[in-house]
Unconditional design. Structure first.
Length: 389
């Protein structure tokens, strides 16, 4: 592979947010991992880094968590997959229902992107409509993207909403045909304004649209009830992912049976949606979350990290323009792309893998000492860059 990232994988890696360019711009930085454990990742040279991104939020309990790892290994030893659905599928579905307010039925998927797309198809089938309103990031598939290669017909069926903006919501509903679904991330950079969230619920009900909460980031990490429970607004469908498998690929659509039953009237199927290693991982995640203080420790780590980042922003206002988010995930906004790239590169040299934008995801594996060290590395990096700006 050459320095500019050319090689057998176009763009360097199949996960766009893990590209060296995305992480460090044109600055030097680690390009690949050898292994990970707890809150650490070892780069291609064997250097340990405190990882504040935690696999883009996919790992909430810590890398190679022993309970999860053993469950995965046991499932793999038992075969992992066959031509029959596994008993673990229904068992996990039953366990997930109490985690989602009003949850009555479940369908499993491998990725959050396909799970949200499935929720939208179900909403379209139930309502007999096609248009969709969205707020947030819902994956790379055509139904919600404006990227090159997306058919114009798909673009015309999708309209993005501004977060926390009731006027924009009302305007979107006036400008478009009645939508099949309103799909929102409950947290986009900052917490939701409850008046906006309630307005979304009220207007979805009023126009007969399914309200879908994309809780890929908030689900499990927020504890039982997720964002719907925390903010007191219940959607018709919730999509879970990321922390659900603690690094194993699994997502779920959980919601009202009326909506989920539509899956039997269309074709939504994936060969490996029900392989057992990911199902076992999710069951182990629920065991840990329900039986220990893991999520409390995650929030404590997040509170420490967020407070530290706010302090850095106060001390270095020339290059840090703000701090956004909540304890479970947050980020610093820098004065520009070059500045954020320099900071990320300088932090990695010291021993912390930090992101240039959304989001940092403290985990249950980040103790107070690790958070303090990472904050120290980050402040040193910011200070170094500030002296050159």
């Amino acid at each position: 592979m050459t320095a500019d990232g050319d090689g057998p994988i176009p763009g360097q890696t199949s996960t766009g947010s893990k590209r060296a360019e995305a992480l460090f711009g044109t600055r030097p930085g680690p390009r690949a991992m050898l292994r990970s454990a707890g809150c650490f990742v070892w780069d291609e040279s064997g250097h340990p880094l405190i990882d504040m991104g935690m696999a883009l939020g996919a790992v909430a309990l810590g890398y190679a968590h022993p309970v999860v790892a053993e469950a995965v290994a046991e499932a793999a030893r038992a075969g992992g997959v066959s031509s029959l659905p596994p008993v673990q599928e229904a068992a996990l579905a039953v366990r997930l229902l109490p985690w989602v307010p009003g949850g009555e039925a479940v369908r499993f998927f491998k990725t959050g992107a396909e799970a949200v797309a499935a929720a939208v198809r179900l909403a379209r089938l139930v309502t007999g409509r096609e248009a969709v309103l969205t707020c947030g990031y819902h994956g790379w598939l055509d139904w919600c993207q404006e990227s090159p290669g997306v058919p114009e017909g798909d673009r015309q069926l999708h309209r993005a909403l501004r977060f926390n903006d009731v006027i924009d919501l009302e305007q979107a509903l006036a400008d478009t045909s009645p939508p099949a679904a309103i799909v929102i991330e409950p947290v986009v950079e900052d917490p939701p304004d409850l008046d906006w969230l309630r307005a979304v619920r009220r207007r979805a009900t009023g126009c007969g649209a399914a309200l879908v909460f994309d809780e890929i980031k908030t689900g499990i990490r927020f504890g039982s009830g997720g964002a719907a429970g925390r903010y007191g607004v219940s959607p018709d469908v919730v999509v879970l992912g990321k922390a659900l498998g603690n690094g194993m690929p699994l997502a779920a659509v959980v919601g009202q049976r009326e909506v989920l039953d539509a899956a039997t009237r269309t074709w939504i199927s994936s060969t490996l949606a029900t392989e057992t290693t990911a199902l076992a991982a999710a069951s182990a995640v629920l065991d840990v979350c329900e039986g220990t203080d893991a999520l409390s420790r995650l929030r404590q780590a997040g509170e420490q990290w967020l407070a530290g980042c706010r302090g850095i922003a106060t001390r270095w206002p020339a290059i840090v323009s703000g701090v956004h988010g909540i304890p479970e995930f947050s980020f610093l906004r820098f004065a520009g792309a070059d500045v954020s790239a320099e900071v990320a590169s300088a932090a990695a040299r010291r021993g912390a893998l930090v992101r240039r934008g959304p989001y940092h995801f403290p985990s249950a594996a980040h103790g107070a000492q690790e958070i303090a060290r990472a904050l120290g590395y980050l402040e040193e990096a910011v200070g170094e860059v500030a002296t050159r700006c």
